[in-house]
Design a protein around this ligand. Structure first.
Ligand code: NAD
Ligand code: TYD
Length: 354
């Protein structure tokens, strides 16, 4: 079996669902169920004995150690993190705890567990760390996309905490020989994406007739990848990735934020026309994010060349599926956007000038 951390979040839940759709190998899913974790994402596994959910914190050494001892996983896939840049700007303390201390706890418990495995299991074991392209910092318009050898130049509390976790993973391999792999992926989008991030926020706000907030001039560039393609890349790395290696994962799909928002409003105009006119009328430029990175772009040639991985979706097919998913899952949206979510919207947007 495998142990997944953060499997009730956006990417983790997509990973668990895809994993169990393709394999009978059970998954132990350790998740703290923060505001970003949602068991409703996994409702289809409710009576599935292959999914063992454990409500707990990756910083809890005793808990993680006992889960490893009890379930004897052949791999750990580490998604759990605080993941939203805007939240890290307003209060970064949980980012330091989960992203740095939590990763340390997992590495150390994994090392102790791995040390006691017999030789075949020891060789086969993997610790896969899921990280982000944001650790490489921000690109100028004409810079080449990030390769695995780019300098680490994180600019936000979020990306600094992820950079720290990447360094810990590297050190546990170099020093102790723990068989790790790391992936640094670009921005994901798709089903079960919590509507505080740009794409689901724009879809849900548009459907609610609310402003679509564009930070600054809207010309910041991100490189978007459909979440299921990220999941397939991680599965590929688990299968054939080389121990100690880092793989950049991306969709060769750079787009400015304002272009993303225009694509979404055009799709919504087609799929759910609004009697008041195009959803683009809701676009509203607001005060920029502090320290806003201008451009991210991933050079994904290494994973393609060495592991034969390529994304299956183009942005056009992926974003259509995503908008259709949100239209078909309005109840999910209503459930996740109650309570804490409203407080967050107030905290992040009320002080921004239009
Ligand atoms: P998310 O915020 O949607 O989900 C995070 C999950 O981790 C939630 O289920 C939450 O409850 C859980 N969690 C948080 N703190 C925990 C703790 N201390 N112990 C146990 N569980 C905890 O995040 P996501 O977008 O699914 O991202 C998953 C991973 O992928 C993160 O490591 C992130 O840095 C990385 N990543 C995300 C993107 C992206 O575009 N979303 C891109 C590249 C890499
Ligand atoms: P986000 O989804 O938060 O991902 P990240 O910051 O990790 O790239 O943001 C994507 C881009 O969209 C980023 O440049 C910030 C911008 N953005 C807005 O313009 N308005 C918003 O309300 C949000 C949440 C993001």
């Amino acid at each position: 079996m495998i142990l997944v951390t953060g499997g009730a979040g956006f990417i983790g839940s997509n990973f668990v669902l895809d994993w169990l759709a393709q394999s009978d190998e059970p998954v132990v899913n350790l998740d703290k169920l923060t505001y970003a974790g949602n068991l409703e994402n996994l409702i289809s596994l409710k009576n599935d004995s292959r999914h063992i959910f454990v409500h707990g914190d990756i910083c809890d050494f005793e808990l993680v150690a006992s889960l490893l001892k009890q379930h004897q996983p052949r791999a750990i896939i580490h998604f759990a993190a605080e993941s939203h840049v805007d939240r890290s700007i307003l209060d970064s303390s949980e980012f330091m705890k989960t992203n740095i201390d939590g990763t340390f706890t997992l590495l150390e418990t994994a090392r102790q567990y791995w040390n006691l495995l017999d030789s075949d299991k020891k060789t086969a074991f993997r610790f896969h760390h899921v990280s982000t392209d944001e650790v490489y910092g921000s690109l100028q318009p004409n810079d080449a996309p990030f390769t695995e050898t780019n300098l680490y130049q994180p600019n936000s509390p979020y990306s600094a905490s992820k950079a720290a976790s990447d360094h810990l993973v590297r050190a546990w391999h170099h020093t102790y020989g723990l068989p790790v792999t790391t992936s640094n992926c670009s921005n994901n989008y798709g089903s079960y994406h919590f509507p505080e991030k740009l794409i689901p926020l724009v879809i849900t706000n548009a459907l609610a007739g609310k402003a679509l907030p564009i930070y600054g001039d809207g010309k910041q560039i991100r490189d978007w990848l459909y979440v299921k393609d990220h999941c397939s890349a991680i599965r590929r790395i688990l299968e054939v990735g080389k121990v100690g290696e880092v793989y950049n994962v991306g969709g060769w799909n750079e787009k400015a934020n304002i272009d993303i928002v225009n694509i979404i409003t055009t799709l919504l105009d087609e799929l759910k026309p609004d009697s008041q006119g195009s959803y683009s009328r809701l676009i509203t430029y607001v005060t920029d994010r502090l320290g806003h990175d201008r451009r991210y772009a991933i050079d994904a040639r290494k994973i393609e060349r060495e592991l034969g991985w390529k994304p299956a979706e183009t942005f056009e097919t992926g974003i259509r599926k995503t908008v259709e998913w949100y239209l078909a899952n309005q109840e999910w949206v209503a459930n996740v956007t109650s309570g804490e979510y409203r407080l967050w919207l107030d905290k992040n947007y009320s002080a921004r000038q239009v």
